[in-house]
Write a new protein. Sequence first.
Length: 125
Amino acid sequence: MNPTSLIVYLPYILVVLMVAICVYGVVFKSNIFKKILALFFFTDAVNLLYIIQGYRRGDSIPPILLPGMGLSEFTSRAVDPLAHYFVVTAVVIGLAEIATLSALAIYVYRHYGTLETRKIKELRG
């Protein structure tokens, strides 16, 4: 494998690494706040994957058809705007999700006095 092909796959490798770390945080950490943080970064990793998919290397142009430009040239050079639309929507949904989970974590802390899931399980009996 030559170094140029490694550079092409590097963003994908980083996204997979980020997803793996986030899944570890959600599954194996016992603090609710750490689980929420891992879930937040997981949504960011998925958003990063969408942006990477919509990116074009080389001589790319914004997704605006300029006067005098042929349609075949435009489709071969333009950046895909659909990925950016998905990311904007996902950011808004993710923010609402994190706010809701944080509010639930506050209620859990007020009721049990801790955010550790193991201690909460012991307190519940």
